[in-house]
Design a protein. Sequence first.
Length: 199
Amino acid sequence: MARKPTTTTATTPFKNKPSRLTLLWLLISLPLVTWDTLYVLLRPHTMPGGALHYPLWTPYELYGRVDYVYGWKAWNERNGFTAAQGMMNAVETGLYLVYAWGVLGGSKGEGRKGATVLLVGFAAAVMTLSKTVLYWLNEYYSGFDNIGHNSTFDLILLWIIPNGAWLVFPSVMIFTLGSEIIDGLAGPLGSASGSMKVE
């Protein structure tokens, strides 16, 4: 990742240009989160034995055994956390789609509309990071009730690494988009002092 200073002038309209890393993350994460959200909100039909399980959601047969939040244990216990975080996923996905449309299509990230979609993207990234941290804390404070049965290898490979991505990349988005917001609030003199942007 190369970083370069970004500056604005009084005569240059605001323009939000997302980093390549941000676009790559959205390209990967949006289909995955949509798939995950539909699995959660359409349970039990998407679960093993359900009418919608095969073939689209067959990987969740394994993941439901790794993380009981996604398996029959949570469903049978009427654990509301799974569906609650699924609804938050739906809201986040909608915000990310607004951001992507704004910077790539509608406003091309320029002017007041560009500033608006920048704020939407920042809010979505904060929501994603906060929800993911909550997900991890929920495990910690429940004594790892849903994942503690896994071997160390399975836990790292099938839970920590996949879920860890939703800590790392939203944090990068918060830094880059937040820096642009600060530059805009600081004005041309403040932004000219050397703000940094992740490419």
